[in-house]
Ligand binder design. Structure first.
Ligand code: ADP
Ligand code: MG
Ligand code: ZN
Length: 576
């Protein structure tokens, strides 16, 4: 049974044809160039035409521009009309995706998308279990490529536009759950922005996206009553119910009578995202907290307690709960506090055990069922309440992620946090925001964190300036003006030395150099980089760090909202 549907919408953005070599893939231009040569891409395109034949009548698929665990994204041109070709992004969702997940993603795009920097949708196609979402194509930069060439004003605009998008989706009760640079497309030349990828989105309790209610109820069921059978099964979902929005109402495509094996969307997505990011991480060696850092035997003798905490919490992988008796010294442990036990009565827990308030894990705890809470997203962007599996997660988690992006922009480091497990990620957060502060905040959402070493909170300005290579005493860049790394102050020897108690960078240099060479898209990098870097960077106002502080508020209840952020003095002369 074949069905295709065009949800015709006004084109929400201006798209003009551009040079092909400017097209960016998730990470690097290089990767994209390789794609052209890969016979695999050609094969994938052929397969897609075969799987969804109606695409052939409408589009010319040119290239694969993104590949994740749950989708592949292609660049196509529309052959519908006379006149200039229109560029389209075709997102082919993997056939095993849960129908409700697909439908919810689509509904986010159709209902909330198309304005305020939220990606819209033009058409949706389905044949059997293959679903393809056609969106306006927004050519975009690789975050890593431009990170250190952005002027301070550009950073301001970037964040402002991100908050605009977040305000929009949060108004609809959408929690994106995967806010990160590769999901916020940025066209520097056109100053265009688009929040994409609602593949992990969930709804607030009062969400206006009907289908997200089902997505959320699914997660809730998983978290607290695993014995109950799922109300929603793959072949019962219909978008034509009375509550479905108009556009979707008319969609024969999504009236899924397709039988698919029921998959636990939550778990699957979580694992997939982790896996995907892991592979991205391999090519990126500039994070402040890199996975590899844990394995480097530093020659630096004056390590901060922070580094020690990180290293040891890595060896103390508490989630695996096996190493509790080995390599102790410092551990991080998260437990439901008394408060939580009272509120989450459907998740019973025996009150005390042998290990309560110690850094050991007793046999009673080892036999406990793992608490499941929505935890999708990318480790380095996860908010503390996500990392500690707080079941009540709100739109505030997206604001934390935006804060992590802002931290990258201000410090010039991406990814900033990189950890393979939640407790390592939590330890990394502690080294920036303070262990006492983190523990205190976790209490407010019913979690108690045990950490055997206290690490102080860092001054955000000092931290960012150090990492960026700006000396706060002398308001100018401390980097050398010669050599391949000169336009990237974060790689200067001086900077590495200064920041050595925080980052261990011996392997960052080659990556930095190759990045510089790899940049050929003419978006502002080059000879005048030092000037570009100085543009505003020597006088970052306090408001920037005040906003960062409010975004990285460990307590989700007091964390700044998107609406409030737009009104923050940091954006004083900017209008919506
Ligand atoms: P995934 O769930 O696999 O991460 P995304 O929706 O995030 O899927 O898309 C993956 C990548 O494809 C994005 O990071 C971006 O590079 C590219 N992409 C997605 N949508 C568009 C679009 N509308 N225009 C241009 N590129 C896009
Ligand atoms: Mg994505
Ligand atoms: Zn115990």
């Amino acid at each position: 049974m074949e069905a295709s549907l065009g949800i015709h919408m006004d084109q929400p953005m201006a798209f003009s044809p551009r040079r092909r070599d400017q097209v960016q893939v998730d990470g690097s231009l290089k990767k994209h160039e390789q794609n052209f040569k890969l016979p695999g891409v050609k094969k994938d395109i052929e397969k897609l035409y075969e799987a969804v034949p109606q695409l052939g009548n409408l589009f010319k698929i040119k290239d694969k521009i993104g590949e994740g665990t749950f989708s592949s994204v292609y660049l196509a041109t529309a052959q519908l009309r006379v006149g200039p070709e229109e560029k389209i992004a075709l997102k082919h969702l993997i056939p095993t995706s849960h129908p409700i997940r697909i439908a919810a993603e689509l509904q986010c795009l159709t209902v909330a998308g198309g304005q305020d920097n939220v990606m819209g949708v033009k058409y949706c196609f389905r044949k059997n279990d293959h679903v393809v979402i056609a969106m306006p194509y927004l050519e975009h930069e690789s975050f890593l490529d431009i990170l250190n060439s952005l002027s301070f004003q550009e950073v301001r605009e970037y964040m402002f536009n991100l908050f605009k998008a977040l305000k929009r989706i949060h108004q609809f009760g959408i929690v994106h759950r995967d806010v990160k640079p590769s999901n916020f497309l940025f066209n520097r030349r056109l100053k265009k922005y688009a929040l994409v990828d609602f593949g992990l989105a969930q709804g607030t309790h009062d969400t206006k996206i009907e289908l997200l209610k089902f997505v959320q109820s699914e997660a809730q069921q998983e978290s607290c009553s695993q014995n109950k059978s799922h109300v929603i099964t793959g072949n019962k979902i219909s978008l034509s119910g009375p509550a479905a929005p108009k556009e979707l109402d008319q969609q024969p495509t999504m009236k899924t009578s397709v039988k698919r094996p029921y998959t636990n969307a939550q778990t699957q997505i979580k694992q997939g995202k982790d896996g995907k990011e892991g592979s991205v991480g391999l090519s990126v060696q500039r994070s402040v907290f890199g996975e590899r850092n844990f394995n480097i035997h530093s020659s630096i003798s004056h390590e901060s307690p922070a580094v020690k905490l990180m290293k040891q919490s890595k060896t103390m992988d508490v989630l695996s709960r096996k190493l509790a008796t080995k390599k102790k010294a410092i551990s991080t442990k998260v437990m439901n506090s008394g408060v939580m036990r009272k509120t989450a009565s459907s998740c019973p827990a025996s009150l005390t055990c042998d290990c309560y308030a110690t850094d050991k894990v007793c046999s009673i705890c080892l036999s406990r069922r793992q608490q499941v809470a929505p935890r999708a997203g990318t480790p380095g962007f996860r908010a503390p309440e996500v990392l500690t599996k707080c079941p009540n997660q709100t739109t505030a988690i997206d604001m934390w992620s935006a804060g992590v992006i802002f931290l990258s922009l201000l410090s010039g480091r991406y990814p900033f946090y990189k950890a393979s497990d939640d407790l390592t990620a939590l330890a990394q957060i502690m080294t920036i925001r303070g262990s006492r502060e983190t523990i205190q905040a976790a209490k407010t959402f019913g979690k108690s964190i045990l950490c055997s070493k206290e690490v102080p909170a860092q001054d955000l300005r000092k931290l960012c300036e150090k990492l960026r290579g700006i000396d706060s005493n002398t308001p100018q860049l401390t980097s050398d003006t010669q050599g391949p790394a000169s336009h990237d102050p974060s790689f200067s020897e001086k900077t590495d030395h200064k920041a050595s108690h925080l980052i261990q960078t011996p392997q960052a240099l080659p990556s930095g150099n190759s990045l510089c060479k790899g940049d050929s898209n003419g978006c502002g990098r080059g000879l005048n980089m030092d000037t570009a870097d100085l543009e505003g960077w020597n006088e970052v106002p306090d408001e920037a760090y005040d906003l960062l502080d409010k975004l990285l508020d460990l307590n989700p209840a007091s964390r700044i909202t998107a609406e409030e952020a737009l009104l923050h003095p940091f954006f004083k002369d900017m209008s919506l």
